[in-house]
Design a protein around this ligand. Structure first.
Ligand SMILES: Nc1nc2c(c(=O)[nH]1)N[C@H]1C(S)=C(S)[C@@H](COP(=O)(O)O)O[C@H]1N2
Ligand SMILES: [Mo]
Length: 327
C-alpha cells in the first residue's frame, strides 16, 4: 500500500491501515462525546476526553501492538500535531504546527558517515527501503514537565548502523538536523533561540538498543512536518529533546559529540538526559509530569518513572554510573 501524505512522501507500510479522515475540531468534539475507550479495537485506547475518538478513526487505528508498546491511552492526534517543540519554526508550542508546512521534505538526502566501513549518501526512499516499518506506542516525556503517548511508525536505528558496519573505534553516534534558513524561520533573523544546526548524540550501545527508533510516521500517516518529517529520532527513556527532527546526517565518531541543549546551557542539560525523577532540573522538579490531553486544572500530575518507565529494558546500560553526575 502506498500512503501519500500531505508533504508528498510515500511510505509502503504493510502494517499501516488507510489514512484516517481528518475532521475539524467541532466534528471531533461532537463525535467524541459518549465514546468510551472500550469501543476501540487492537489494544489501542484513547482517553475519554480524546478529540480524535470516532468510530471511523477507531477502525483506522487498529493494529498489532508492537513489542515494547505501552497499553496506556494514546494522546489525541490533535495534540500530537499542534503542541510541539521545534525551534527552527518558532519557540511557542503552536508555532511548528502553524509554520512547518513551508519545509520541503522531497527530495531528501541522509548521509551516513564517519567510522563505518560503508559510508553513503542515501535518498530517503533508499535509506528506508530495506526496513520493515513497525508501529510502536511510546511514552514521550519533555524535559519541561509534560508528556504524551505517541504511536510512532519507524524502524530500529540499529538496522541503519548495522548496514553501515561500524568500525571498532566507533563509540558514539552524532545526528544533525537540516540547516535551511530559507525554509526555517527560526534559523534566520535577529532572534535565533539556538545554535544551528540542531545536533544530538547517543552512545553507540544506546543507539543500538532495540527501543531506539528512527521514525517516519505517527498514527497511520507519514510524519507531519511539525513532528520532524521526513525522519526523526525517538529514544523513549530520554527527555524529548534527544529526539532530533528532520535528520540529514548520522555520523559514527569516537568521542562524545556536541548536543544542542548542552551547548545552550550545560548546567541544565547533560549529554545523557535520561528521564530521572530523582535528578531535578536546576529550575524545577522532575518528579511529576502533566499528561497532555488529560484535561482540567484538577487533574493530578502523574509521577515520572525512572527511565520514563523503560528501566527494565535500559537500566543495565548505565550500571556503575553515577546518574547524578552523568545527567
Ligand atoms: N531539530 C529539532 N529537533 C527537536 C527539537 C527542536 O527544537 N529542533 N525539539 C526537541 C524537543 S525539546 C522535544 S520535546 C521533541 C518534541 O517532539 P514532538 O513535537 O514530535 O512532540 O522534539 C525534539 N527535537
Ligand atoms: Mo522537550
Amino acid at each position: 500500500m502506498i500512503i501519500r501524505s500531505r508533504n508528498g512522501n510515500d511510505i509502503r507500510p504493510s502494517e499501516i491501515t488507510p489514512k484516517q479522515v481528518h475532521m475539524n475540531r467541532r466534528e471531533l468534539m461532537g463525535k467524541a462525546a459518549g465514546l468510551g475507550a472500550g469501543a476501540l479495537a487492537g489494544g489501542v485506547s484513547l482517553p475519554l476526553a480524546s478529540l480524535s475518538s470516532s468510530p471511523a478513526q477507531a477502525a483506522a487505528l487498529s493494529f498489532e501492538k508492537g513489542k515494547f508498546s505501552t497499553s496506556e491511552p494514546v494522546t489525541a492526534r490533535e495534540y500530537v500535531t499542534t503542541y510541539n517543540n521545534y525551534y527552527e519554526f518558532g519557540v511557542d508550542k503552536g508555532d511548528p504546527g502553524q509554520n512547518a508546512h513551508t519545509l520541503t521534505t522531497k527530495p531528501w538526502t541522509v548521509k551516513v558517515e564517519g567510522l563505518v566501513a560503508k559510508p553513503a549518501d542515501y535518498a530517503l526512499e533508499d535509506f528506508v527501503k530495506p526496513f520493515t516499518l513497525e508501529q510502536r506506542i511510546y511514552r514521550h516525556r519533555c524535559v519541561e514537565g509534560w508528556s504524551m503517548v505517541i504511536p510512532w511508525v519507524g524502524f530500529p536505528l540499529a538496522k541503519v548502523l548495522e548496514r553501515a558496519e561500524p568500525l571498532g573505534s566507533a563509540k558514539f553516534v552524532a545526528f544533525e538536523t537540516l540547516m535551511r534558513p530559507a525554509e526555517m524561520p527560526g534559523q534566520r533573523g535577529l532572534f535565533q533561540p539556538l545554535e544551528w544546526p540542531y545536533v544530538e548524540g547517543l552512545r553507540i550501545d544506546e543507539a543500538m538498543h532495540p527501543l531506539t527508533l528512527l521514525a517516519t510516521g505517527i498514527f497511520d500517516e507519514t510524519l507531519p512536518n511539525q513532528n520532524g518529517a521526513p525522519l526523526r529520532l525517538v529514544v523513549p527513556w530520554k527527555y524529548g529533546f534527544k529526539g532530533i527532527k528532520s535528520i540529514v546526517r548520522i555520523k559514527l565518531v569516537d568521542n562524545v559529540p556536541p548536543t544542542t541543549w548542552n551547548i545552550q546551557n550545560s548546567n541544565e542539560y547533560g549529554f545523557y538526559s535520561n528521564v530521572n525523577p530523582e535528578v531535578d532540573h536546576p529550575r524545577w522538579s522532575q518528579k511529576t509530569e502533566r499528561r497532555i490531553g488529560e484535561g482540567g486544572l484538577l487533574v493530578k500530575r502523574r509521577e515520572t518513572l525512572p527511565f520514563n518507565g523503560y528501566a527494565d529494558e535500559v537500566a543495565s546500560l548505565y550500571s556503575g554510573m553515577d546518574l547524578r553526575k552523568f545527567f
